[in-house]
Design a protein around this ligand. Structure first.
Ligand SMILES: Nc1ncnc2c1ncn2[C@@H]1O[C@H](COP(=O)(O)OP(=O)(O)O)[C@@H](O)[C@H]1O
Ligand SMILES: [Mg+2]
Length: 218
């Protein structure tokens, strides 16, 4: 596997029930960036993130992962770890089992981090053997984040990853995502409010399925 990973979106259109829900003519996201996608509920954030992960297939245009001009391919989950908006955890398994399951299913590159270490950095030390269904929403959300970080993905996509967190844990999680970007990975984070933009290198504003604004930090 190559090193630098760029996401290139070209002439992207996604439709549902014959309605256009997303249109992105051109977008290029680079390794090392933490890109915030900001927009109200229904503006297309989840659809765009899922398209970048290869979970949603474009009706028109393409999303490509580019390692070099010679190596260009369609988006897929080999390189992309997703923190889903609804966490996507298995409630009847333990915290550690959920993180391990993510690692077992992971086929991308990257060094795998020890599970216990990751649980400590997301503030879940001591909870490794608790069932997920016994945890609070904010604790579950941090299990989903630990699961994504555990595979050291070159592209990490997080859909409203701080929605259930208090201010302290929000800062903790955003700092982890910043560190992951600064290590040379691409991190893409969606939120319906501005709270995460202070951590981003670039903030994109979505409205009605289109990118209507771009702000580059500092
Ligand atoms: N599977 C689907 N079928 C029909 N409409 C959908 C589907 N998924 C999303 N939409 C619509 O597309 C728009 C964008 O949704 P979404 O990407 O989930 O926005 P956000 O994540 O910003 O809240 C919304 O109007 C939503 O109702
Ligand atoms: Mg959403």
């Amino acid at each position: 596997m190559g090193e630098v990973m760029t996401v290139e979106v070209t002439d992207l259109v996604v439709r549902r029930d014959s309605m256009q829900i997303l249109s992105v003519p051109e977008l290029r996201l680079e390794a090392g960036e933490l890109v915030a996608m900001i927009g109200p509920s229904g503006s297309g954030k989840t659809t765009l993130l899922h398209t970048i992960c290869g979970l949603v297939r474009p009706d028109e245009g393409r999303v490509e992962l580019v390692e070099s001009d010679a190596h260009r391919r369609s988006a897929d989950l080999h390189d992309t770890a997703l923190v889903p908006q609804a966490f996507g955890l298995v409630a009847a398994l333990t915290v550690a089992e959920n993180v391990e399951l993510g690692r077992k299913l992971w086929r991308g590159g990257g060094d795998l981090h020890p599970v216990e270490e990751l649980l400590a950095v997301v503030g879940l030390d001591g909870l490794a053997h608790r069932l997920v269904r016994e945890l609070s929403g904010g604790q579950q959300q941090r299990v989903a984040i630990a699961r994504a970080l555990a595979v050291a993905p070159r592209i990490l996509v997080a859909d409203e990853p701080t929605s259930e967190l208090d201010a302290g844990n929000r800062e903790r999680v955003m700092e982890l995502l910043v560190a992951h970007a600064q290590a040379g990975n691409l991190v893409i984070v969606a939120a319906h409010d501005q709270t995460i933009t202070e951590y981003a290198t670039r903030s994109l504003t979505l409205a009605d399925g289109e990118i209507v604004g771009t702000e580059i930090a500092r």
